[in-house]
Design a protein around this ligand. Structure first.
Ligand SMILES: Cc1cc2nc3c(=O)[nH]c(=O)nc-3n(C[C@H](O)[C@H](O)[C@H](O)COP(=O)(O)OP(=O)(O)OC[C@H]3O[C@@H](n4cnc5c(N)ncnc54)[C@H](O)[C@@H]3O)c2cc1C
Length: 441
């Protein structure tokens, strides 16, 4: 019996159409097949068989990734684990959730809310992405400025290794330091070290109040300085987003708003929890110093109106052209320099770049928009954005991952010795190199 026959005997398998994600990257041909196990044992068997036959395995959640991590090529098996989608347990006393990897991020957050809790990491794709994909990419989002990224919410994992063994890492206690931190090793590994089949996640209290402030500026540098000043003054926003003038214009065009009449940049901040009133007042005061106008919202509807602009940024840009979505991160003190650098790059390559940022994390999303095929100017602009991030002491990806698309840049960012360590770990865990080869590192 060949590999596919053996596999079909134990898990649902179908012909795989060309496998892509939301990055626009594609593989070098149609994958071998797509396996859709809906039990942990099914995943173990599929991986064990693939290992025995030397077939590369590409783990897949919802395929919303922006780095090409879930893209599978010729001869590879797509291992779609989105069918393992049970919320196994929510414990309101320990404030943990135990979930399977295919659970949608927003569904977990909704379920936690019934217990007065929340799952804090909130990628903008929360309605469509899976917890497994979020863990594999160490996804971020708007709340990360206060609550941390996905890694900060993961207490323990169940992982199928390349030979089919199942291990459990970490714990369900808030503290615990026994052994190496293997949980963190698998978070952000982009499916190259193991397949996540279960997770124990930390939940947070659902804040009773969330208050919002917004301020407009006559330059993006002034807006970025205001955000850095919040950090300097030890303020603790639960959200801190910055949109540049080009983004405001495109939102106006798509949504019929008049944001660009307020200024060349907009900062939106939120504070939550018991000290939300005091915190947002202090934040609004700092933001107002260089602002051309500001507002303050206390009720959820007005807050949502202010956040609408941010939520509509990417859909508005995508409405008028194709978008190369970048994801650089710089030290927060260098945010203004990063925005200035992005403007220089747009001018040098004569391309349109709209930038919005998780400013509280120094994480910029410069979106290079273009019509028709990807031109060399767009490519070069992307490369210059990565150089800019590294020159400013930052990183080429704040939250989307390395995937297929940024491998050369990872080498440049971390250097040969660190890459050797990556390779040694990969070889120890996956000696035949079957798990998501060619991705990550
Ligand atoms: C509109 C939009 C908005 C977005 N906003 C954000 C954002 O705010 N923040 C952010 O961080 N990202 C964002 N993303 C990117 C994307 O949604 C995230 O990277 C998300 O974590 C991917 O989840 P997924 O289930 O779609 O994973 P996939 O795309 O299927 O896979 C992503 C990677 O994880 C691996 N993988 C998937 N499941 C497993 C598993 N169970 N075990 C091991 N490896 C696995 C895959 O092999 C691949 O390398 C956005 C994407 C879109 C389209």
């Amino acid at each position: 019996m060949g590999f596919l026959d053996e596999l079909r005997a134990v898990v649902p398998v179908s012909e795989a159409p060309a496998s892509a994600d939301r990055s626009g990257a594609t593989g070098d041909g149609p994958p071998l097949a797509i396996a859709r196990p809906d039990t942990v044992d099914g995943v173990r068997t599929a991986v064990r068989l693939a290992s025995a036959h030397g077939v590369p395995v590409v783990p897949r959640g919802a395929g919303t990734g922006l780095a090409g991590g879930a893209v599978a090529g010729r001869g590879e098996l797509v291992l779609d684990v989105s069918g393992l989608d049970r919320i196994v347990e929510i414990d309101p006393v320990d404030a943990v959730a135990v979930v399977e990897p295919g659970v949608r991020t927003a569904a977990l957050d909704r379920a936690a809310q019934e217990f007065g809790l929340r799952y804090a990491p909130d990628p903008a794709s929360a309605k469509i992405s899976t917890i497994g994909g979020n863990i594999a990419t160490n996804a971020g989002g708007m709340r990360c400025v206060k609550y941390g990224v996905t890694r900060d919410a993961v207490l323990g994992l169940d992982v199928v290794l390349a030979d089919g063994r199942l291990i459990s890492t970490g714990r369900r206690t808030v503290k615990g330091v026994s052994g190496l931190d293997l949980t963190s090793l698998f978070v952000g590994a982009e499916g190259t070290l193991g397949v996540v089949v279960g997770a124990t996640l930390r939940l947070r209290p659902l804040p009773a109040r969330t208050l919002t402030a917004a301020a407009a500026y006559d330059s993006v540098a002034a807006a970025a300085r205001a955000c850095a000043e919040l950090t300097r003054q030890r303020r603790e926003p639960s959200l801190l987003e910055l949109l540049d003038g080009a983004t405001l214009e495109v939102i106006d065009r798509a949504q019929g708003t008049d944001l660009a009449t307020r200024g060349r940049a907009l900062v939106i901040a939120q504070a939550d929890g018991p000290s939300a009133d005091e915190e947002i007042t202090a934040i609004a005061k700092v933001l107002a110093e260089e602002a051309t106008g500001s507002e303050h919202a206390v009720d959820p509807e007005s807050s949502e109106r202010l956040l609408f602009a941010r939520r509509m940024a990417l859909p508005s840009i995508e409405r008028f052209g194709r978008a190369l979505i970048e994801d650089i991160c710089v030290p927060r003190s260098r945010l203004a320099e990063a925005f200035e650098g992005v403007a220089r790059i747009a001018a040098a390559h004569d391309v349109r770049i709209h930038t919005f940022a998780h400013a509280g994390d120094g994480n910029l999303h410069p979106i290079v928009s273009y019509d028709g095929p990807l031109t060399s100017e767009v490519h070069h602009a992307g490369d210059d954005l990565f150089s800019l991030a590294l020159d400013l002491g930052g990183t080429v990806t704040g939250e989307h991952g390395i995937g297929l698309l940024k491998r050369n840049w990872l080498a440049r960012e971390v250097g040969p010795d660190v890459l050797d360590v990556h390779t040694a770990i990969k070889t120890a865990l996956d000696p035949r190199g079957i798990l998501n080869p060619g991705k990550g590192f």
